[in-house]
Design a protein around this ligand. Structure first.
Ligand code: MTE
Length: 423
């Protein structure tokens, strides 16, 4: 069976509309109502609503919105989130250091106690743990005692680049106004979800796995949607998904899911559930608002129930401040990175005002989660310049001049016009 995100989502969405999938805690009619409300609202209202917190789960300190410091040169606060400044990657290595990794929180970063924390697996897809009250449990030490794996995986928010719909295309797209800093690669260390599922007594007829976060319930449009959660098909769960307890060689930081988070390589950021607690393993299909109402494409060209969010498209960014100042007449080595949800980057081109030319790719990154590159430029005279970078991945997918509009303003992939001043 395919474990591509789009295929799974299309199938589950059809089953959900037909009433054949269960939503673990959320009523289907309520969600359909929310859908109607969302169609009437703008994306802005829907996504931007003041964060209304329901009570935190019992025993969980609701914590602060973001626990780590937000130095203005590293991170830009955006509601409950923070985006990385691309200039903060200049001179860094392949991974994004933890102090500047972007944070996407639906509510707040909870403070969890690693000693009492347990991963709790349950559901009809397990042999002996049919309900939430009879879970198979693992402590952090038990997970650390299982065979560990490391992987460099890219996390990206589906709304990354959203602000350019308005800024570059004149299509106001309210919602969290990410520039290009809602993305990052880290080295994750943990145990494979598949290893844990098998130890928990996985049945042959299990079809879906739904990890839930221990952050407070998410409330929007007056409806409590419960814990942040999103189903994975069993094929993906048994493939390359990690239960990560380390990020770049350190215990997982609070904002990135301490003590344990899910990392789903190649899928959009919302799949990588932070602060994971309960994990439902089901012999019947599951859905959640995070694949039926959010993280879907709505608007012109899409049916009322929306269409599945396809794989993240190709993007490129310069490791340079917005409106950076560079010396006129002197040679500058421009640095940047490109990435694609389809797989590795094949080619990058840069335009500094006099036509497209190839950038030099960092050989060590070939085939990796993202691709670093450089290009030389001598600004001919003082004045304003626009830098542009565009990449093509190994499937031939490239960046267009204009991204396709959609109501929730996801998947902005157009070439970004980066202003600089030479002086
Ligand atoms: N998991 C929980 N429990 N709560 C959340 O708000 N946000 C998701 C995902 N996992 C989220 C979550 C989204 S939309 C993204 S893009 C990634 O976490 C961001 O991970 P980061 O904050 O470590 O960068």
């Amino acid at each position: 069976m395919s474990h591509a995100e789009a295929d799974h989502d299309t199938r589950r969405s059809r089953q959900w509309l037909a009433g054949e999938a269960r939503g673990a805690g959320v009523d289907r009619d309520q969600l359909l109502e929310l859908g109607a409300a969302m169609a009437a609202l703008t994306a802005a209202a829907a996504e931007r609503e003041p964060v209304a917190l329901a009570s935190a789960p019992v025993g969980v300190d609701p914590g602060t919105p973001i626990a780590k410091p937000l130095p203005p040169e590293l991170l830009r606060p955006l509601d409950t989130n923070a985006e990385m400044h691309w200039a903060a990657l200049a001179g860094q290595g392949y991974v994004v250091p933890n102090d500047r990794f972007f944070v996407r929180n639906h509510t707040v970063t909870p403070r969890l106690d690693a000693d009492t924390w347990r991963l709790r697996l349950f559901g009809t897809g397990l042999r002996d743990a049919p309900t939430r009250d009879t879970p198979v449990e693992f402590s952090l030490d038990e997970l650390r005692g299982l065979p560990a794996e490391e992987s460099d995986a890219l996390l990206e928010c589906a709304g990354n680049g959203r602000r350019f719909f308005a800024e570059q295309q004149g299509e106001p797209a309210p919602g969290v106004a990410w520039g290009l800093g809602g993305v990052g690669v880290a080295r994750w260390r943990g145990v494979r979800l598949g290893t844990v599922l098998r130890l928990a007594g996985l049945r042959d007829d299990a079809v879906d796995v739904m990890p839930e976060g221990l952050d407070p319930d998410y409330v929007t449009g007056g409806i409590n949607l419960g814990r942040v959660r999103r189903p994975l098909p069993i094929a993906k769960a048994l493939d390359d998904v990690l239960l990560a307890y380390e990020m770049n060689g350190e215990p997982l930081p609070a904002d990135h899911g301490f003590p344990v988070r899910v990392v789903v390589p190649g899928w959009i950021g919302i799949s990588s559930i932070k602060w994971v607690g309960p994990v439902e393993v089901s012999a019947t299909p599951l859905f959640s608002p995070w694949n039926t109402r959010f993280y879907r494409m709505f608007g012109p060209g899409h049916p009322g129930e929306g269409t599945v969010l396809e794989t993240q498209p190709v993007k490129s960014a310069f490791e340079l401040a917005w409106d950076a100042r560079v010396p006129a007449g002197a040679e500058v080595l421009l640095h940047g990175r490109s990435w694609s949800g389809n797989g590795p980057i094949e080619r990058v081109e840069v335009d500094t005002g006099d036509g497209w030319r190839p950038a030099d790719l960092v050989a060590a990154d070939r085939g990796g989660a993202w691709q670093r590159w450089t290009a030389r430029w001598r600004p001919p005279a003082p004045g304003r310049f626009t830098l542009r970078a565009r990449a093509t991945d190994t499937t031939g997918a490239a960046q267009p001049d204009r991204a396709t509009a959609n109501t929730l303003a996801y998947l902005f992939d157009a070439v970004v016009h980066h202003p600089v001043t030479a002086h």
